[in-house]
Design a protein around this ligand. Structure first.
Ligand SMILES: O=c1ccn([C@@H]2O[C@H](COP(=O)(O)OP(=O)(O)O[C@H]3OC[C@@H](O)[C@H](O)[C@H]3O)[C@@H](O)[C@H]2O)c(=O)[nH]1
Length: 327
């Protein structure tokens, strides 16, 4: 930097930084905290912004005291002024139990929160990665789901606060991209699991693991013929980072294409934890998607990414984590 005729002049390249300043919204959550770990490991400066509505400070407390790390308790439905180079926008309740608990808040987080993050990206010139979801495909009539599929969402159902919230978030991203050339990346994240899921999270893997460990029956909803494809969190995080560092706006499916019925999943977890545990059948929740499996051709081609961790290996790590946390 020089002062010429009383004015501050930056030399070319003088404002270039050798580290990225990265904002992670929802950084206290399950995926957000694993992402934060990896970004810090790779030498980035990380600011986590989280309202702690469904995330927990405990997930990031290992970084307190690290000068490269900051935590701000803030609800992104209100704007925030920070200077950053990259934004990973993950903030939103994601488990059906949590996002349905206060549907209006889920909509506000995804609509107003995304608007605020896009405004921040526009002002700072940061790249903004939107954590969208396979739920935007609703109860899909195309299988496996490609990014070209527009989805089958009930706009007034109990899941729509999340599904439509994420759909409007994607729309906002692409309007900012078209109107302002805001640098966006849209990831459609499929079912993800791993250490740090809450024991009362309500999602299927955490429910089954906790139930089997506590010697309670595994609660299969419906007849268990509905399917999902489960991606271990480290693979998901790797996909998000590759997408951020690519030049592809997306949308891109990030998920594991190996499909299981929910009954198969229950039997796998039973075998791994306690073969004598029971399965009990409960009513299927309204609008529960019948099948889900990502087509990841685009991620393979554009990001050179695919999941590397098998369900069995991922479950071993997840079970060990729950074993250490619960009695
Ligand atoms: O105890 C349970 C919990 C869930 N289930 C079933 O297991 C399947 C998966 O349910 P989950 O709640 O784990 O997750 P869902 O696939 O319904 O939704 C998820 O989709 C992708 C992400 O964006 C979100 O994390 C979440 O909305 C559903 O068919 C559900 O009915 C059970 O059979 N028993």
């Amino acid at each position: 930097m020089n002062v010429v005729n009383g004015k501050i002049v930056f030399n070319e390249g003088s404002v270039k930084r050798d580290v990225n300043r990265v904002l992670v919204t929802g950084g206290c959550g399950f995926i957000g905290s694993h992402l934060t770990d990896r970004l810090l490991r790779e030498g980035n400066d990380v600011i986590v912004v989280d309202s702690c509505f469904s995330g927990h400070k405990d997930n990031i407390s290992q970084h307190f005291g690290n000068p490269r790390f900051e935590f701000i308790r803030h609800d992104i439905i209100e704007p925030i002024l920070v200077e950053v180079d990259q934004i990973y926008h993950l903030a939103s309740p994601a488990s059906p139990v949590f996002y349905q608990d206060n549907g209006i808040k889920t909509i506000k987080t995804n609509m107003l929160g995304t608007l605020n993050m896009l405004g921040l990206a526009k002002r700072t010139g940061a790249v903004m990665l939107m954590a969208s979801t396979s739920e935007i495909y609703g109860d899909p009539t195309v299988h496996p789901q490609t990014e070209e599929y527009w989805g089958n969402v009930n706009p007034i159902g109990i899941r729509s606060c999340y599904d439509e919230g994420k759909r409007i978030a994607e729309t906002l991203c692409f309007e900012y991209f078209r109107q302002n050339q805001t640098n966006i990346r849209v990831a459609r994240i499929f079912n993800t699991y791993g250490p740090r899921m809450l024991e009362n999270d309500g999602r299927v893997i955490s429910n089954f693991v906790v139930q089997a460990l506590r010697k309670k029956p595994l609660t299969v909803y419906g007849d268990g013929s509905q399917s999902r494809s489960f991606c271990y969190v480290d693979d998901t995080v790797d996909g998000l980072i590759r997408l951020m560092n690519s030049d592809c706006p997306g949308p891109i499916n990030i998920g594991n294409p190996t499909e299981y019925s929910i009954l198969q999943l229950a039997q796998t977890i039973q075998k791994m934890i306690d073969p004598s545990s029971e399965v009990t059948f409960k009513p299927l929740p309204t609008d529960d998607p019948q099948k889900r499996k990502p087509d990841i051709s685009k991620a393979r081609k554009l990001l050179n990414w695919e999941p590397t961790i098998t369900l069995e290996d991922g479950l071993k790590k997840t079970i060990a984590d729950f074993q250490a946390r619960i009695r």
